[in-house]
Ligand binder design. Sequence first.
Ligand code: FES
Ligand code: FES
Length: 200
Amino acid sequence: MNTDITVQVDGTRHRLTIDTRTTLLDALRERLGVTSPKKGCDHGQCGACTVLSGGRRVLSCLTLAVTQDGARVVTAEGLAAEAATADVRHAEGQLAQGQHADGDLHPVQQAFIDRDAFQCGYCTPGQVVSAAGMLDEFARGWPSAVTGGTEAPELDRAEVAERMSGNLCRCAAYVNIVPAVQQAAAASTARRAAGTEVGE
Ligand code: FES
Ligand code: FES
């Protein structure tokens, strides 16, 4: 059975007629040519297919495309533009929280380069999208399985490992991925503080 959906992907609106069994991952890769989300396992085990839908992390291999009718999907390819949009909304005082970009890269992408946080790069698009979503969750005060007490947790190695545990790296680049996420978190915190000052 086919159905029509309209979905925005990395800022571009698409209208698709798709089989209702089609996953979001296959719709992105096979129908729209958006290949940054990778098909690592196709079973929700590796995180290589992670995208943002409505700002939240989702595994596109486990998400039926029909559920994304009207959704705003962001992949690694659109992450920097998304952050740049947040920049403008911050400057206009329209955004309470969010992330900024310096230049062309999202802060998470820049941190992955600065920290050499990849080897083959296959998992990297999913890692950076997941990290961007995770940092937003963290900024909103969402707890994790390792968060203790009621005070705001520190984004230490254990917190990063837990919050990014859905993203596997077969090259085992974790030793650099964790510092990269922490660097991006520090950059985001500083920018949020600056944005608050601008908005005041
Ligand atoms: S391809 Fe989706 S979790 Fe592995
Ligand atoms: S960098 Fe190769 S799988 Fe992660």
